[in-house]
Write a protein that binds this ligand. Sequence first.
Ligand code: SF4
Length: 169
Amino acid sequence: MALHKVDYAKENGLPIVLTTVDKLIQWGRSNSLWAVSYGLACCAIEMMATGAGRFDFDRFGTIFRASAKHAEVMIVAGTLTKKHAEFTRRIYDSMPEPKWVISMGSCANTGGMFNTYSTVQGVDRIIPVDIYLPGCAPRPETLQYALMILQKKIRKEIPRRKQKAKRLV
Ligand code: SF4
């Protein structure tokens, strides 16, 4: 058997990696973001396309779940009506901490073109939003990009994240 002598002081340094438990937890979290499937209008079609084979959300560790209790990301895709707002809040509340929200499309961000009595003028009036995704409708690549930004954000967060103040309708 060949015997290799490695001088760690001269080569590329010691073969060890130093990190903190917090960083390790956040790295793991950011790479397994399960999303509650929550499509409300036409933006949902683009969200569904993101999960299909061509764009393949799974490779980010992001799997769509039909149960809020298994999910840590809520992607609100589409127009939120005032009639539906209470259910949105209830689904958000049943997700375990820590959790994040992506608002997908102009309607979810600001009510879009529907400045009417029945439309919520932005989901951030109901729940705290982490990422706003512009467009009508944003393409699947945009949602992928939003997820990558969210992953970066999570890696920088401290594990016991404080809840932001919440606005109500
Ligand atoms: S932003 Fe455009 S595509 Fe998305 S739900 Fe509103 S109208 Fe439909």
